[in-house]
Write a protein that binds this ligand. Structure first.
Ligand code: G3I
Length: 372
């Protein structure tokens, strides 16, 4: 099933991007005047993306929007879409069964809207980042689990109806090593509700915001042919049942030593299913990097270029988001597996360095977006 709303929005975006630099084009089909100076400041990747009718953006830590002016400035300069790195996860939103904390998501959304950017929602259903009380409640059985899922999606998606463009409805649902024939991960949701939890989540999200783009988000399809096939098979089953799934998010946490052996076939599969491809969490983990910074940065940029060299001839991703924007704040600096090599702890995985300078990865992304 396709989503005509999205296509018309995309057409509007494309027109708007070509026609106007002083106007910011909103993803919901209308154009509004930018705040003075915003369009001028946006000289970076977001501007190129906008001119091509696509989105470029990054995952955001809301606390830093307040605490560090340079962080907010960099997002304004480089992005036309944002996603919360943590604020829209269960753990942040649901401190206790009867309390919701929307503050982080609200703050990012306000910032995005003030600056003419769109926003993604990450994530409605995930095995991780669940507070203990929710894990316990899900484990009590299908009735409680369904009630929780329904209330969560209904309340969250309705609250941001028309303002969050695109939702990661189900995150990381496929895991070959759990050895199920259907490829699904043995998540708490699956254990309580069976495989149907996925379609239930998509249908609930569509009811709450019929115009939102609904996404199945997962990792490693670029390198793992078995997982890539399992994800495509899952998407096919969902489409056969008319489940409202519109796009697949390929997280794209790349490694410098990775070869993208299943990327082309995965992209072709997505194209055959008539789905949009989004690159939702791009960054590059450096395995045993060289000492010299310039050499490190070039390896990272080359990986990004090599990735899009495979994707672009097959599909044009509608959104590209990096998982963070600056090396100053990247989850890769904290990986336990980095302990063996201290250089990996100073991860240089993102388009801007720790002082917000543009790196070769930025240049690679600029070239990718310019070629779209
Ligand atoms: O907020 C607490 C803080 O109060 C405490 O002092 C600190 C001590 O460790 O922990 C803080 O919470 C951490 C949180 O990030 C905020 O920094 C959690 O422990 C930590 O588990 C959490 O990690 C996040 C992880 O998802 C789990 O939610 C990462 O920042 C985030 O980058 C990562 O993002 C995921 C995507 O959602 C899905 N795809 C993979 C990607 C990378 O793992």
């Amino acid at each position: 099933m396709t989503n005509p709303g999205l296509f018309s929005r995309r057409a509007v975006l494309k027109l708007g991007g070509l026609a106007a630099t002083a106007l910011l084009v909103r993803p919901f089909g209308f154009v509004q005047a930018a705040e003075p100076g915003v369009a001028e400041k946006a000289s970076g990747l977001g501007r190129v993306a906008r001119s091509k009718g696509v989105f470029f953006g990054a995952a955001v830590q809301h606390r830093l929007l307040r605490e560090e002016a340079a962080y907010a400035d960099a997002l304004r300069a480089e992005c036309n879409i944002l996603v919360a790195e943590g604020a829209t996860k269960w753990k942040a939103l649901r401190p206790s069964p009867d309390r919701w904390d929307f503050s982080g998501t609200d703050e990012i959304l306000r910032f995005a809207e003030r600056n003419g950017m769109a926003m993604r929602g990450h994530t409605l259903v995930w095995h991780a980042s669940l507070p203990v009380w929710a894990k316990d409640a899900i484990a009590t059985g299908p009735k409680a689990a369904h009630g929780l899922l329904e209330a969560h999606i209904e309340k969250l998606v309705s609250r941001y109806k028309g303002r969050i463009l695109s939702w990661d409805v189900v995150n990381e649902a496929v895991l070959p090593k759990d050895l199920r024939l259907d490829g699904l991960r043995e998540s708490p949701w699956l254990q309580a509700l069976g495989p149907e939890y996925i379609e239930t989540a998509f249908r609930l999200a569509a009811q709450a915001d019929p115009k939102a783009q609904l996404v199945l988000n997962d990792f490693s399809m670029q390198v793992d042919p078995i997982k890539a096939k399992m994800v495509l098979d899952l998407l096919r089953r969902l489409k056969e049942k008319d489940v409202p799934v519109h796009a697949v998010g390929l997280q794209a946490h790349l490694h410098t030593r990775q070869s993208f052996r299943s990327l082309a076939s995965f992209c072709k599969g997505v194209r055959e299913l008539g789905l949009e491809l989004l690159i939702t969490e791009l960054d590059v983990w450096e395995r045993d990097p060289p000492q010299e910074i310039a050499a490190r940065d070039q390896l990272v940029a080359d990986k990004v270029k090599a990735f899009f060299d495979v994707v672009l001839p097959i599909l044009r991703p509608q959104q590209i988001l990096t998982w963070g924007l600056t090396d100053k704040y990247t989850w890769l600096a904290n990986r336990e597996s980095n302990e063996e090599n201290p250089l990996e702890r100073e991860a240089r995985s993102l388009p801007l360095d720790e002082r917000y300078g543009r790196k070769p990865m930025w240049t690679a992304l600029h070239a990718v977006l310019s070629a779209m």
